[in-house]
Ligand binder design. Structure first.
Ligand code: B12
Length: 209
């Protein structure tokens, strides 16, 4: 597997080339799948830089998003775990005012491979919807994704909504996405944070056990 070639294919929006690399990995029994995923994300960072520098436009971001989603779909069967659902249900979504879902979808694929039944509530999800779903379905693990700086406020609002419903002590909440740090985790009042999908899976598995 040529990591740099994958980074370049993603950054240059070379769709067919990128899919060929992903298919090669699947032909080799998934060898190097984690590295390939990291390479795609590095390529995506370059896409973001090019957008900031004015070289790429919003249309390119949308296209980049579609390409990365499809690339992830190709390698999904090779991601960690045996895919046996043994940890029960959890909620995952992108918080209010944020429409980014590529990272969330990668995290979802990893959580499913790691044994969870993931209730994916989608993007731009209102805090009350998350609280109501947790209540109605009896769900104890909530994962909140956000990519915009603005998403941090929505994460906080969501956790406040759990407090207002008297449910904060009944659930474990993990936050993740580009603006999330340890400081953000503490300031929004979450239990844990992660950037890597692998850490997300191990934290949630520990909570579920
Ligand atoms: C693709 C993209 C889009 C696509 C999104 C398509 C989609 N379906 O998601 C589109 C074109 C729709 C878009 C729109 C916009 N975007 Co945009 N976008 C991006 C871009 C290029 C990539 C984001 C991405 O998918 N990264 C790849 C994924 C895999 O990474 P990730 O999300 O961080 O996820 C990983 C981890 O964070 C973690 N993770 C993610 N979620 C979770 C959840 C949990 C619980 C855990 C534990 C971990 C975890 O795991 C993931 C895998 O490792 C970034 C730039 C960049 N390089 O990040 C800009 C970027 C995020 N966008 C930006 C902006 C400004 C916008 C717009 C406002 C643009 C506009 N002018 O209209 C709109 C916002 C609309 C809205 N309200 O949300 C800014 C945000 C600035 C900021 N700090 O707030 C960025 C940083 C670009 C920039 N440099 O200016 N965008």
């Amino acid at each position: 597997m040529d990591k740099q070639a994958i980074i370049d294919a993603m950054a240059d929006l070379e769709e067919d080339e990128l899919y060929d690399y992903m298919n090669e990995i699947m032909d080799n029994d998934g060898e190097g799948v984690q590295e390939a995923l990291e390479a795609c994300q590095e390529g995506m960072k370059i896409v973001g830089d090019r957008f900031e520098e004015g070289e790429y436009f919003v249309g390119d971001l949308i296209y980049a998003g579609e390409i990365l989603t499809e690339a992830t779909n190709i390698i999904k069967p090779a991601l960690t775990g045996d895919g046996q659902e043994k940890y029960g249900k959890m909620i995952l979504c992108t918080v209010k005012n944020d429409l980014h879902d590529i990272g969330k979808n990668i995290v979802r694929a990893m959580l499913e491979a790691g044994g969870f039944e993931v209730m994916d509530l989608g993007i731009d999800v209102d805090p009350q919807t998350i609280v109501d779903t947790a209540k109605n379905e009896g769900i104890k693990i909530i994962a909140l994704s956000g990519v915009l700086t603005l998403a941090v406020d929505s994460m906080k609002d969501t956790i406040e909504a759990f407090k207002a419903a008297g449910m904060r002590d009944d659930v474990k909440i993990i936050v993740g996405g580009a603006p999330v740090t340890e400081t953000v985790c503490a300031s929004v009042g979450a239990d844990e944070w992660a950037l890597s999908p692998q850490k997300t899976v191990s934290v949630c598995q520990a909570w579920a056990s």
